[in-house]
Write a protein that binds this ligand. Structure first.
Ligand code: PEP
Ligand code: MN
Length: 229
């Protein structure tokens, strides 16, 4: 299916969440020459209702303008069919589903239907808990509607016992996944595995040693003031 694409190492970078026009433009301009795709969370699914949940629809124009001015594609997280429609309307043709969405077959199916017949590229993050079937099922739902360009994102798995990482990498599970979907590129997301910037370098090196197909790293123009991650 995607043999040739698997040989390419994809670098994805950008903020967890869009917070302001200044923040997203400053970050984009600082990194766009060093990455393949700029990521930005426009809508953030949060555990608590008072946590920052992204700038929302208004950020899409900024992202669309940056993408067309600097010709570096932008990817956003989608959690509903409405998000998909808004992203596509703004010419954002790479979308991903987050770890909290991968677990929900209703939302996965709804998002798949919204992508049916489009040329969009889709990334599927592993589910929060180490149930690989949920990851496989979400990918199957997406391929069944005809999406050809699918990547998997390894963002680690919730663990009560891992004192080092926010989410355990569980590399052995990634290898099982790859045995199941040998043609789907797997991108490592060391930011959400580690939860700490001082572990990013060692995790990225490990990801390369594990023959991962790319890295997705969160980048902020002023990390200490970031409103999420
Ligand atoms: C994110 O990418 O900012 C995010 C919330 O990640 P995850 O869905 O992996 O928790
Ligand atoms: Mn994040």
């Amino acid at each position: 299916m995607q043999k040739s694409k698997k040989n390419k190492f994809t670098i994805i970078g950008g903020p967890c969440a869009v917070e302001s026009r200044f923040q997203v433009e400053t970050t984009y301009r600082a990194i766009y020459k060093h990455i393949d795709v700029f990521r930005a969370g426009v809508w953030k699914g949060r555990t608590y209702p008072d946590s920052y949940s992204g700038y929302g629809d208004g950020a899409l124009d900024w992202l669309m303008q940056l993408q067309s001015k600097y010709s570096k594609p932008v990817a956003v997280e989608v959690g509903t069919a409405k998000h998909v429609a808004l992203a596509l309307k703004h010419n954002i043709n790479i979308v991903w589903i987050g770890a909290r969405t991968t677990v929900n077959s209703f939302y996965v199916q709804e998002i798949a239907e919204a992508l049916r017949g489009t040329e969009a590229e889709l990334w599927v993050k592993n589910p929060i808990y180490a149930d690989l079937n949920l990851w496989y099922g979400a990918i199957n739902r997406m391929s069944q509607v005809g999406i050809k360009d699918i990547k998997a994102i390894h963002r680690g798995f919730f663990s009560e016992n891992d004192l080092k990482y926010r989410n355990s990498p569980r590399w052995e599970l990634v290898n099982i996944f790859r045995g199941f979907f040998p043609d789907i590129p797997v991108i490592c997301d060391p930011s959400h595995i580690s939860g700490k910037s001082n572990l990013l370098e060692s995790l990225s090196i490990k990801a390369i040693e594990e023959n991962m197909n790319g890295l997705m790293v969160e980048v902020h123009n002023n990390p200490k003031q970031a409103r999420s991650d």
